[in-house]
Design a protein around this ligand. Sequence first.
Ligand SMILES: Nc1ncnc2c1ncn2[C@@H]1O[C@H](COP(=O)(O)OP(=O)(O)OP(=O)(O)O)[C@@H](O)[C@H]1O
Ligand SMILES: [Mg+2]
Length: 433
Amino acid sequence: MDRSVFQQQFGILGDSEPMRQVTDKIKQVADTDIAVLILGETGTGKDVTARAIHANSKRKHKNLVIVNCGAIPEGIIESELFGHEKGSFTGAGEAREGYFEKANGGTIFLDEIADTPKAVQVKLLRVLESGEYFRVGSSTMRKTDVRVIAATNKDLWQEVQKEHFREDLYHRIDTVTIKLPPLRDRAGDIVPLFRAFVTEYAAKHGSTFQGLTDDARSLLVSYRWPGNVRELRKVAERLVVLEKSQLVDKEKLQKYLRGRQHEGAADNLPMRIDAQASTQARDATELAFIYRALIDLRQELGEIKKMIGTLAYAGMSTHAPAALLPVASVVEHPGVPLRQVYAHDETVERKDIPLGISKYPAHVQEVEVAREAPPADQESLFSGDNVPSIEETEQYLIKKALKVYNGNRRKASEALGVSERTLYRKLDQYGLV
Ligand SMILES: Nc1ncnc2c1ncn2[C@@H]1O[C@H](COP(=O)(O)OP(=O)(O)OP(=O)(O)O)[C@@H](O)[C@H]1O
Ligand SMILES: [Mg+2]
């Protein structure tokens, strides 16, 4: 595939020499099973790169499991990664598979790997070397076949020197390194990326953008972009929404850049607070347990909802109260097009919004199953002896309600007896938006 077509398809923009090299390397390694370490400052595209590698590998039809190692509270990290047996610790009501099991046959993306607690690093090394692991509370050795992609915005070698990171694990994941250059080191990409984002957001918000004055364009290029491409994207979106009436000049643009902080002005640009967030997460052992309980509770709610759904399907009169619908328990969702995943890339929102609103637990950003969503719009689903799955039925009902109410989501959600937010989540989950 031609480099620029590849870049378009996977949302890796930038025609500068460093980005060309990065793209070529991604293309080169994707189809192998080789471990890849992605390095780069925040917002430089580590996530995008990992997805592109998986999507171009022979594992693309299996799961891509993305785990934020720095955000998993220490007390539960082992059971999250490797699963646990029923009753293996207080609260472990049911046996549960871990992320390495979920990723079997596919790819596991260990994001922020430098922040993995040392006690777990030795277990990581074992599973990465031999595929062998044990569920917590089990003495049965299990095997998994995963391709590993790891990423960090820290200097991993320095972490080894400081004895925060095991040297053997470092060498295991350092087979191929992709270093993503900060935006300030490829200034030639700034204006084209800005244009691409402005065009995207103008279409999304049905808005127009008049452009930048020459002064403003120079500022855009000379600014240091500490938040890299993520920050540029945010600035583009905010300008499209808030400054649509006239050309944006230097003074106006200045207000949208983080540099303003130095002048003592309030900075209202949302930026990542990863390090802080993960430290807080690790300190908050108590929160970890509440969190775990919430996840379990959601899963139980999911089961209840499915039962109600089955009853309703069997013709019994029942209306699932919105409160019973799970906020987030399912971490698998069928074939959501990659572009769509990027469009939802709001890591800050995902990490910082209160529990229960996030689509996934904070440390599992996403689990993609790259298979097609089952057909759900055919009446034949219900004909003869065909027994459609709950998912197919759900999709069918959602499509029908939207059709009947001409796409009005509020009315459709009322008719379906779910909250509007649940309907949005379902649409997103099934790739219907
Ligand atoms: N080369 C690129 N072309 C287009 N968009 C990009 C590029 N690199 C990053 N982005 C966009 O910037 C945002 C941040 O990218 P991404 O999440 O991959 O960064 P990251 O390196 O994983 O950041 P962090 O270290 O904070 O997790 C996303 O919206 C992504 O789509
Ligand atoms: Mg990331």
